[in-house]
Design a protein around this ligand. Structure first.
Ligand code: ZN
Length: 186
């Protein structure tokens, strides 16, 4: 799906990675990026944030939309987070770029939105730490799952390899170490 192995990081010095940026940030020469409004930042979204997001989403260095999503523990109200998330879904479909999703205690909402919106682009749950039952529910609904430093080894065993992705996110470990850890638990 992607030309690099690390599908999500906030560390701007990484290579072989999709470096996540926020709409007000600049692209790094030669890097791959994802761009999105983090659910935690949904309280202060304004028209210029949306315009910056829309412009960056079209850029060829931006190869995924996100991270976006729903976090019931932080950020704006659920309704506001869903509204912002749906804008990212529209950009993902418009530009044919996969969606990177941050989901905390809102899997029912995300699954319901996928059924309702019927996207053609992959929806990737990033930093998945959930149990096998949730993993298999997500797989059955067509989601991709990205694992990082902290993951449930039982869940890792049930994710088909063609739906499994890897990430460093906020970790200080390198992507090789993370991939090795996950693969050795399979
Ligand atoms: Zn992240």
């Amino acid at each position: 799906m992607f030309p690099c192995r690390d599908i999500h990081t906030h560390d701007k010095s990484r290579t072989d990675a999709i470096i996540n940026i926020y709409p007000h940030e600049s692209l790094i020469v030669g890097a791959y990026h994802s761009v999105g409004i983090h659910p935690w930042h949904t309280t202060d979204v304004n028209i210029s944030t949306i315009e910056q997001l829309n412009t960056l989403a079209a850029h060829p260095q931006v190869i995924a939309i996100g991270e976006t999503g729903i976090d019931t523990l932080k950020g704006a109200t659920i309704d506001k987070q869903i509204e912002v998330f749906c804008h990212h879904v529209a950009l993902s479909e418009q530009h044919q770029k996969p969606l990177i999703i941050h989901c905390v205690k809102a899997f029912n909402e995300i699954i319901a939105l996928k059924k309702q919106l019927y996207p053609t682009m992959p929806w990737i749950i990033h930093g998945f730490r959930g149990k096998p039952q949730l993993a298999s529910q997500l797989i059955n609904q067509g989601f991709y799952i990205s694992l990082g430093e902290h993951f449930n080894p039982q869940s890792a065993t049930i994710i088909p390899t063609n739906r499994l992705l890897f990430e460093t996110d906020e970790s200080t470990l390198d992507i090789d170490t993370i991939i090795e850890r996950i693969k050795s638990s399979l």
